[in-house]
Design a protein around this ligand. Structure first.
Ligand code: APR
Ligand code: ZN
Length: 247
């Protein structure tokens, strides 16, 4: 039984690293990007999530971000997030490196969260650097499109997330890569593993001798490199694994 096998590997882990993607937040109501119902099946990622399109027309970005932001800001952690927090608390996971920007790992009690693609909970003005809570900006989107900076009136207010065409936050990347090199278990949850450099993490961990576990609703390109692949919903699979491990 793959869940039991995964639990056995994680029970013995002492330097486990988790890498999560949009799938871990799907059961919190936040749509994924790829796979069925994914955001990129409705919008072209280059158009709505690249820096040049943002600079050309912030409204186009905010029209998409308005809906997604409302859902993400209202979302709460699901049992999958909480199971990962429990695995950190019991000393199996050292950290969660996430591609998600929804902040749900922090809300669920994970302490060492590495946000590879930034955070969607803060907005920064590209003209003057002023920062605001995303929830504040969300509140005025019905009357202000694109939203304006409360300090300088600029229209280039951008969530502190990584858009296509900009480099990833180096400190976060370096920290995640260092943990992947030391990992004994690499647990990938809810990611299609098609975006780099996040998808480099399991490769680095494997090269350092870690065992790879993939928990995902659909097959991923890394499945044949994994010791265990559990196909299913993370909100169901992760609590099962955590329960088998116990405290
Ligand atoms: N449980 C587990 N896996 C799930 C669930 C679920 N409940 N629901 C969906 N999935 C799986 C899907 O099958 C898919 O393989 O989660 C994966 C989500 O993949 P993506 O939508 O591609 O998300 P992600 O891998 O995080 O994308 C990486 O791409 O667009 C950029 O910056 C964006 O961070 C994102 C990056
Ligand atoms: Zn400003």
């Amino acid at each position: 039984m793959t869940v039991a096998r995964a639990a056995e590997l994680i029970r013995n882990a002492r330097r486990g690293l988790a890498l999560t993607g949009a799938g871990v937040s799907a059961e919190s109501g936040i749509p994924t990007f790829r796979g069925e119902g994914g955001l990129w099946t409705q919008y072209d990622p280059v158009k709505v999530a690249s820096i040049e399109y943002f600079m050309a027309d912030p409204s186009a970005y905010w029209k998409v971000s308005k809906d997604r932001g409302r859902v993400a800001l209202a979302a709460s952690p699901n049992p999958g997030h909480r199971a990962l927090a429990a695995l950190e608390a019991s000393g199996r996971l050292v950290a969660v490196a996430t591609q998600n920007t929804d902040g749900l790992h922090q809300d669920s009690g994970s302490h060492n969260v590495i946000e590879l693609h930034g955070s969607g909970r803060t907005v920064m003005c590209l003209d003057c650097g002023n920062r605001e809570a995303r929830s504040e900006v969300q509140a005025r989107l019905d009357v202000e499109m694109p939203p304006r900076c409360t300090l300088c009136g600029g229209i280039f207010l951008k969530p502190t997330v990584v858009l296509f065409g900009v480099p990833l936050p180096q400190p976060a990347i370096q920290q995640a890569f260092a943990l992947a090199r030391e990992a004994d278990v690499m647990l990938v949850v809810g990611s299609s593993l098609v975006v780099y450099p996040a998808a480099d993490l399991p490769l680095i961990a494997l090269r350092s001798g870690a065992q790879l576990i993939v928990v995902n609703a659909e097959p991923t390109p890394f499945d044949e490199l994994a010791t265990v692949v559990v196909q299913g919903k993370s909100g169901e699979v992760l609590p099962e694994i955590a329960a088998l491990i116990g405290g």
